[in-house]
Design a protein around this ligand. Structure first.
Ligand SMILES: [Zn+2]
Length: 529
């Protein structure tokens, strides 16, 4: 784990006089910098410290390499973020909140006064850009925590996140980094510092992905909408490497700008801009064919459960073309507040033989921190698909991966829940009674077996079903679900009929073998009267 230090290398940034800035306003700049071995980890290139050649530096479109002395030269424009692509054999120091020191904002002007959340108070034009790297071993095996949306709307919900999710993450051992997949906030961007204080307790690097609720809605356009994000977290898309894995943090949210006609927030859609696609194309040129490429995004590349321009990347075909020659892929996303575990195939426009697993990882906040309260006042924030809120741990070994779902502190169910039958069932209803098992990250490769009073029963995977457990929770707690309209469907229910049952006690046993190899058994006793 890299040692933290308290401030970014901002103290090294010098500013041109405003008069010089004006002359540069529309111009393309050529920025100079160094990638160097920061032996004493102070963030400053001291006289005794040497440059590192062959390192990738990007302006969000082009990628240049540092020369033998560590020097690089890269073109930049207003609003660009210059960043380094973390290589597997070097570490990047973080600030005290876990944000890696891998970027510099290029600002010729402060942010516009009409933005609700301020970003850049002054121009920031680095005279020379320095990227300090600290030496590390290439770890062929490493683990990472990856979660969907934390999405707190206020400081109380940030505390829920801390106690339900971060506290549980702190129990994990030997995690290389954490990735929250966007919607870090729920619109109130003034809460980023308070969020960072909590998440910073993890003590590991945190690579943030931008979501649609992380935007400055008053912005005139998509680029301006990222300014607050850029000031806290750096570029809105970038890549980084650990071991044999190349992670691409994409920005799949395209914001159309403030709706001036109706004076309200503009709409957004799932889209990769042309500039980002060009950058991905350039980025992939440096990726070995044997490396795993993990695509991290807020809005999923695609979903089998819900379709539409706000929930999928609308121009994914262009992305598929760029990935066509790569053999080891994995897509991970948030945004949907449910879990989905599927494979992208030719029916989705992926015409390669390569297996392309695509997972929506749910949300750290579940259903936006709604739900009945626990004794400590924190909601049981189940997702509407019936999955507990939580996060995933990924273990990578060379280019292979393994994952586990970890529910938040309040839920004991690791991989599934028997939703029905439940409690006491009238004899007359057993004719039509359903067994419903919610396998939280069930996929087409999950095996679910079931016995009822020692007779085996077949359960069938459903592709569009509701979880009766969640229906009960919502019906019993209407005050805790203010926005509940339609019960969302999911594609991970296994269902079957019990058939006519005698009065008395019945024992249902369910065994789930997940596609990650995890085996879990549960038993349910119910009564027919
Ligand atoms: Zn979202």
């Amino acid at each position: 784990m890299p040692k933290s230090y308290h401030s970014f290398a901002m103290h090294k940034i010098k500013f041109f006089l405003p008069i010089i800035l004006i002359s540069f306003c529309t111009a393309q700049l050529e920025l100079q910098g160094f990638v160097f071995h920061d032996r004493n980890e102070n963030g400053v290139m001291d006289q005794t410290e040497t440059g590192i050649g062959g390192q990738r530096v990007s302006n969000g479109k082009d990628i240049v390499l540092s020369d033998k002395s560590g020097h690089f030269s890269i073109s930049a424009q207003q609003n660009d973020v210059i960043f380094i692509i973390k290589p597997p054999n070097w570490d990047i120091l973080t600030n005290e909140f876990g944000i890696p020191n891998f970027f510099h904002n290029v600002r010729m002007n402060p942010s516009a006064a009409y933005l609700k959340y301020k970003a850049f108070e002054t121009a920031l034009l680095p005279e020379t850009i320095y990227f300090p790297l600290v030496q590390s071993k290439v770890e062929r095996k490493f683990q990472a925590i990856i979660s969907g949306d934390p999405q707190p709307r206020d400081s109380i919900e940030i505390q829920y996140y801390r106690e339900e999710i971060i506290a549980k993450m702190l129990v994990e051992k030997d995690m290389a980094f954490y990735v929250p997949l966007g919607d870090i906030m729920y619109d109130d961007l003034s809460l980023y510092p308070y969020y960072l204080e909590q998440v910073g307790t993890l003590g590991i690097p945190i690579w943030h992905v931008l979501g649609n609720h992380d935007l400055n809605y008053r912005a005139k356009n998509d680029t301006e909408a990222h300014e607050t994000w850029n000031s806290f977290f750096g570029p809105d898309y970038y890549s980084f490497e650990y071991g044999d894995v190349h992670f691409i943090a994409m920005n799949t949210v395209y914001y159309e700008g403030w709706n001036t006609e109706e004076n309200k927030r503009g709409s957004y859609m799932g889209l990769l801009t042309e500039t980002q696609l060009t950058w991905i194309e350039n980025d992939l040129k440096y990726v070995s064919g044997n490396d795993r490429i993990v695509l991290l995004s807020h809005i999923p590349i695609i979903s089998d459960v819900y379709q539409g321009e706000r929930v999928e990347v609308t121009n994914r075909d262009a992305l598929f073309q760029l990935l066509a020659d790569h053999k080891y892929l994995l897509g991970l996303s948030g945004h949907m507040h449910y879990i989905e575990n599927m494979y992208i195939t030719d029916t989705h426009g992926w015409n390669q033989k390569t297996s392309f697993q695509n997972m929506v990882l749910g949300a750290a906040c579940g259903a936006w921190w709604y739900g009945p309260l626990q004794a400590d006042g924190i909601p049981y924030a189940y997702h509407y698909d019936g999955t507990p809120n939580g996060y995933f741990n990924f273990k990578f070994s060379r280019n292979a991966y393994h994952y586990d779902f970890v529910p938040g502190a309040s839920d004991p169910n690791i991989t599934f829940r028997i939703s029905t039958p439940e409690g006491k069932v009238p004899y007359a209803m057993t004719d039509t009674m359903q067994i419903a098992v919610n396998v939280f990250y069930g996929s087409e490769n999950t095996v679910v077996t079931c016995t009822l009073d020692d007779q085996s029963l077949h359960l069938e995977k459903q592709f569009h079903a509701e979880d009766p457990f969640m229906n009960r929770i919502i019906q019993n707690n209407p005050d805790h679900y203010p926005k509940m309209e339609n019960m969302p469907i999911n594609n991970h229910m296994w269902m079957g009929k019990t058939g006519k049952l005698a009065k008395g006690q019945h024992v249902l046993r369910v065994k789930v073998v997940n596609d990650n190899g995890t085996v879990e058994k549960q038993v349910k006793i119910f009564e027919v009267f």
